[in-house]
Design a protein. Structure first.
Length: 161
């Protein structure tokens, strides 16, 4: 029995034989470059409607954010307190202007780590709030557009009265 790399692979197994791939690439070549083959003479070239994949970036960003939050949420309270203490020491040293380049890099890393932990704690609530604000802003734009349309129609009616 063959090992499968994914559950969906069963759906595609045997779908493309060599002849089907050759037919598909030939049809694509004809459609793309306006050429003709004996099969397509007198017929219109086939067109391909590609799906919109633009939303994939948002999905990748969302899943990456979720993975980062899950990872950061696993930090123990003692590790979190150690990072806070280390940041305080480095900031104090920075204020005294005695911070080396290595310590400056470490301070940036500690700040980033603390930001990730705080994002894991409060990020979801902030995302919900951000979505509500966007919805409210869109509603405001829609209301302004509707108001403008009503005013235009009202002005037209006044002209005819």
């Amino acid at each position: 029995m063959k090992m499968r790399s994914s559950a969906r692979q069963l759906e595609f197994e045997g779908l493309f034989t060599t002849s089907r791939i050759d037919e598909a690439s030939s049809d694509f070549h004809v459609a793309s470059f306006g050429g003709s083959t004996s099969d397509t003479i007198g017929a219109s070239a086939p067109t391909v409607d590609f799906p919109d994949f633009s939303g994939r970036r948002e999905a990748f960003a969302l899943t990456s954010r979720m993975a980062g939050r899950i990872n950061a949420a696993n930090v123990s309270e003692s590790e979190y307190r150690k990072l806070l203490a280390e940041r305080q020491l480095l900031v104090d040293k920075e204020l005294e202007e005695n911070l080396s380049k290595k310590e400056r890099c470490r301070l940036a890393l500690v700040r980033w780590s603390l930001d990730r932990i705080e994002d894991a704690k409060y990020g979801l609530a902030l995302d919900v709030l951000e979505d509500r604000v966007r919805a409210y802003e869109k509603l405001a734009i829609d209301i302004a557009s509707l108001t403008e349309q009503i005013e235009k129609l009202s002005n037209r009616r006044k002209k005819y009265d």
